[in-house]
Write a protein that binds this ligand. Structure first.
Ligand code: TYC
Length: 103
């Protein structure tokens, strides 16, 4: 099939574009049963926050219902969610996480 001038321009444009990999926000959700100490533990050990950051994020989630814990590649974000939910269930807590794709 003949390639038009427009097709050629599109080819050049797409070759020049430097595509960033998609990134994913991981959020913690509030609930009435998970202890504050456990959420702080999760933020310290899974999201690598220091004590002050962990307390601030935990309180933000407690007061607002949801809070951002970090932004990761798809695979790392999925792993964080599995680690959080696995650890929470092992400890009898209903703590939930969610992932949102960045625009
Ligand atoms: N709301 C919980 C409590 O009062 C604490 C909590 C904070 C739970 C953050 C979940 O993601 C969460 N024990």
């Amino acid at each position: 099939m003949a390639q038009t001038q427009r097709d050629l321009e599109e080819d050049v444009a797409s070759e020049e574009k430097t595509e960033e990999p998609p990134m994913f926000r991981v959020y913690l959700l509030n609930d009435d049963y998970t202890t504050m100490d456990f959420v702080i533990f999760v933020l310290r050990h899974i999201f690598n926050k220091n004590d002050e950051e962990a307390v601030n994020i935990m309180l933000h989630v407690h007061r607002n219902g949801i809070g951002l814990c970090g932004v990761y590649s798809s695979e790392i974000a999925e792993t964080k969610v599995k680690e959080v939910t696995g650890l929470a269930r092992e400890n009898g807590f209903p703590l939930q996480c969610k992932i949102e794709k960045e625009e």
